[in-house]
Design a protein around this ligand. Structure first.
Ligand SMILES: Nc1ncnc2c1ncn2[C@@H]1O[C@H](COP(=O)(O)OP(=O)(O)OP(=O)(O)O)[C@@H](O)[C@H]1O
Ligand SMILES: O=P(O)(O)OC[C@H]1O[C@H](OP(=O)(O)OP(=O)(O)O)[C@H](O)[C@@H]1O
Ligand SMILES: [Mg+2]
Length: 295
């Protein structure tokens, strides 16, 4: 039994776009979470970890202030937090590969837009600091109107001329007669860690959990490739293998001049890659998923 003091605390989104993926990530890292509906905390049963289930906007503050040791949050929310000099900064440990979106200016769909059009207008956003910084950096004077949701409605309501909001498929913009015109931030979710002193025991545990999460992320993209090839094609084949370092090369019994090649590819392996390998002389190509990885 670990005492409350030495259990790690991680802040994750209670419900919303990051909640399910955060839970899945921890599950893939071998963490079993016991949660009951409506609760604001959840306890891991096989790792000294408690989850604080909160609104995503509060996650950087909780981690920055050392109330939580780790957190999972979108870079969009983190960068907005970082722009307030009163806030304690956090360390970003790794990108998590989900929650991909971008923060973009949007204009009426029929407008011939250029950045100069923003001058002297009103812009609605949930990211006032990022929006103001962009405007300042580009020498544009405009009024920023902060809204906490339904930002895309602002032009129709006559509250603003333009919006600056998160976009992924663009459907919400389109449904509101808007189009994306300029990106100010590309974002995905990241794992963050407090800079507060958490003591060596918790620190070791945070390192262990981070190593597991790194492994999960690496595994998601990685594949194990096995193929046979003439020795003369080895150089070309190694060049084609995506993100593979130092493949294992073994002789093939009874096939003079041919070898078996095994490699971990740390990037997506597409059909085009297999076709290129085949053209280079590879045969019997197998691509296998990797279940666990510790780097
Ligand atoms: N359309 C999208 N596609 C992919 N990821 C998105 C999208 N919109 C937002 N995200 C990412 O998911 C995060 C959470 O989005 P969500 O809409 O659930 O936030 P929220 O409504 O502010 O939730 P909360 O109640 O926690 O404050 C965003 O901060 C962003 O990083
Ligand atoms: O480009 P799209 O795929 O249409 O996604 C963009 C929408 O997604 C997010 O809101 P969400 O749906 O999470 O609702 P929220 O405003 O309640 O956070 C974001 O604030 C946009 O409104
Ligand atoms: Mg929020």
């Amino acid at each position: 039994m670990t005492t409350t003091l030495t259990r790690l605390r991680m802040a994750t989104q209670k419900s919303g776009r990051l909640a399910e993926a955060s839970e899945r990530l921890l599950k893939d890292a071998g963490i079993k979470i016991r949660s009951s509906k409506g609760q604001l905390t959840a306890r891991a049963t096989n790792f000294p970890l408690d989850l604080m289930l909160v609104r995503d906007d509060d996650i950087p503050t909780l981690v920055g202030d050392g109330v939580c040791d780790l957190g999972i949050v979108g870079q969009n929310v983190l960068e907005e937090y970082r722009l307030d000099p009163a806030n304690e900064d956090v360390d970003v440990l790794c990108r998590l590969g989900f929650g991909g979106c971008s923060l973009r200016f949007a204009a009426p769909a029929d407008e011939a837009f250029e950045l100069a059009n923003l001058e002297g207008t009103r812009i609605a956003t949930s990211y006032p600091l990022l929006t103001r910084k962009f405007l300042e950096d580009n020498g544009i004077q405009a009024e920023v109107v902060t809204m906490h949701g339904a930002v895309e409605l602002a032009p129709r309501l006559g509250i603003a001329d333009y919006v600056c909001d998160l976009v992924s498929t663009g459907q919400t913009l389109e449904a509101n007669g808007l189009k994306p015109v300029h990106t100010i931030l590309e974002s995905e979710s990241v794992l963050i860690r407090t800079r507060a002193d958490i003591g060596s025991e918790k620190s070791d545990r945070a390192d262990a959990l981070t190593t597991r999460i790194d492994g999960v992320i690496a595994t998601a993209e990685s594949k194990y490739i096995v193929l046979n090839a003439p020795e003369t094609a080895l150089e070309e084949i190694t060049r084609i293998l995506p993100g593979a370092e130092a493949p294992t090369v073994m002789p093939l019994l009874g096939r003079e001049g041919h070898v078996a090649v095994q490699a971990v590819c740390q990037e997506s392996v597409f059909w085009e890659t297999l076709e290129a390998l085949k053209r280079a002389g590879a045969t019997d190509i197998l691509v296998m998923p990797i279940e666990k990885m510790m780097l």
